[in-house]
Design a protein around this ligand. Structure first.
Ligand SMILES: Cc1ncc(COP(=O)(O)O)c(C=O)c1O
Ligand SMILES: N[C@@H](CCSC[C@H](N)C(=O)O)C(=O)O
Length: 396
């Protein structure tokens, strides 16, 4: 870990405190300016002199958000790209034909789709294993072929926990050339720092908690080594996947309120998980003491986050609950200030073929809740009404 990652203040303070030195502004603007330009004038015919030449290669607003996120993530360097899927796409360019990837068997549907594409068209073998069991990862490690071990913890949508620290240590011991990559979208850098736990690369769908308002798409990649950073930057510049100036600015604005949003969303989620558990439903949330990975998650993250899922045992009943909610919007995505309800198998994870979902034991009746900042009593009242309308006998 580089010294550049050391924090002077607590994370909630660091989120708000932007180091304005990363952008040289002539007017002491209090908010980082939006450099909405594609190209930059140079001082001489040989193109030398300017720090920037073209926004695909670099832009001051993008530099500001990247420097801020590198500080927050304690990364050697961070990059912002157009979406979370782009972040994974950039990382996957580091895998060559003949190499292998080990990934989870419960993971975001779009991630599964891109990994399936790479497996079918790029000569890369992808092993989908239960990453909550270290042994399942270990038995697929190949000192020569393994290039990436890709983890989600908690997973989307079953909110399962992987022992990131132990897996990273085992992977590095057996496969020194392999990269441990963690999709940390569910936790955000506010709750979990996977680079400190041994991950080589941590990425996020910035569309979610980092932005916080569902008004932009973004991806964030942070890494621990300058060498990996150079490789990632090469791909981003060569393919033109860097985030545009306006979205970079919006993302920077969103990151400043991450702490306060996450605290409120998490506290609401904790109450909602307890309410659902009290109804006798099977609830997946690492903030519940009944969760078998409660202690493991506490050792990895400073909180359980604000996404949970639950099973009703009946697909039709789940549909009635989702459609009966009024305050909870029926939408994919999470991490926004508004509360959302969805059925992963029909929505965010519909791109995973039904037979694969069945093989991986993804319950078709699963309902996912992404908890926002509304008053918790209103959220519980709306859920109570939806559950009752659907035929659940709700206990007060
Ligand atoms: C865990 C996770 N990772 C990555 C992504 C991809 O992010 P984006 O939609 O910004 O491309 C998503 C959702 O889309 C997600 O849920
Ligand atoms: N139609 C989209 C669905 C996006 S799901 C977004 C988010 N990651 C979630 O989990 O809700 C697609 O096919 O990618």
């Amino acid at each position: 870990m580089s010294d550049a990652g050391a924090h002077k203040y607590r994370l909630a303070t660091e989120l708000v405190h932007i180091d304005c030195d990363s952008v040289k502004d002539n007017y002491n603007a209090a908010s980082v300016p939006i450099y909405q330009t594609a190209t930059f004038k140079q001082h001489s015919a040989d193109g030398s002199g300017g720090e920037y030449d073209y926004s695909r290669s670099g832009n001051p607003t993008r530099t500001a958000v990247e420097a801020h996120l590198a500080k927050i993530m304690r990364a050697e360097r961070a990059f912002v790209v157009s979406t979370g899927m782009t972040a994974l796409d950039v990382v996957l360019r580091l895998v060559k034909t003949g190499q292998e990837i080990i990934a989870g068997d419960d993971l975001y549907g779009g991630t599964n789709r891109l990994l399936t594409y790479v497996a079918q068209h790029c000569g890369v073998k992808v092993h989908n294993v239960d990453t909550t069991e270290v042994a399942r990862v270990e038995e697929r490690l190949d000192p020569v072929k393994t290039r990436l071990v890709l983890l989600e913890s908690p997973t989307n949508p079953l909110i399962k926990i992987a022992d990131i620290r132990t897996i990273a240590a085992r992977v590095h011991a057996v496969c020194p050339a392999a990269l441990v990559v963690v999709d940390n979208t569910m936790m955000s850098p506010y709750l979990q720092n996977t680079l400190e736990q041994g991950a080589d690369i941590e990425y996020h769908s910035g569309t979610k908690y980092l932005a916080g308002h569902h008004d932009l798409m973004a991806g964030v990649i942070g890494c621990r080594s300058a060498e990996v950073a150079e490789q990632l930057y090469f791909v981003i510049n060569a393919s033109g996947s860097g985030l545009g100036p306006f979205d970079s600015w919006l993302l920077l604005r969103g990151v400043k309120t991450l702490g306060i949003r996450m605290e409120k969303q998490q506290s609401n989620a904790q109450q909602i998980a307890a309410f659902l558990e009290a109804q006798g439903l099977t609830v997946h949330y690492p903030g519940l003491k009944s969760n078998p990975r409660y202690e493991l998650h506490r050792s990895l993250a400073s909180g359980p986050g604000a996404v949970l899922s639950f099973e009703t045992g009946d697909v039709a009943m789940s549909e009635r609950i989702v459609e009966g909610a009024r305050l909870w919007g029926i939408s994919v995505s999470f991490g926004c200030i508004n509360s959302l309800i969805s059925m992963p198998c029909k929505m965010s994870h519909a791109s995973i073929p039904a037979e694969v979902r069945k093989q991986r034991r993804l319950p078709e009746d699963l309902i996912r809740l992404c908890v926002g900042i509304e008053h918790p009593d209103d959220l519980i009242a709306d859920l109570t009404s939806a559950l009752r309308k659907a035929g659940v006998n709700v206990k007060e």
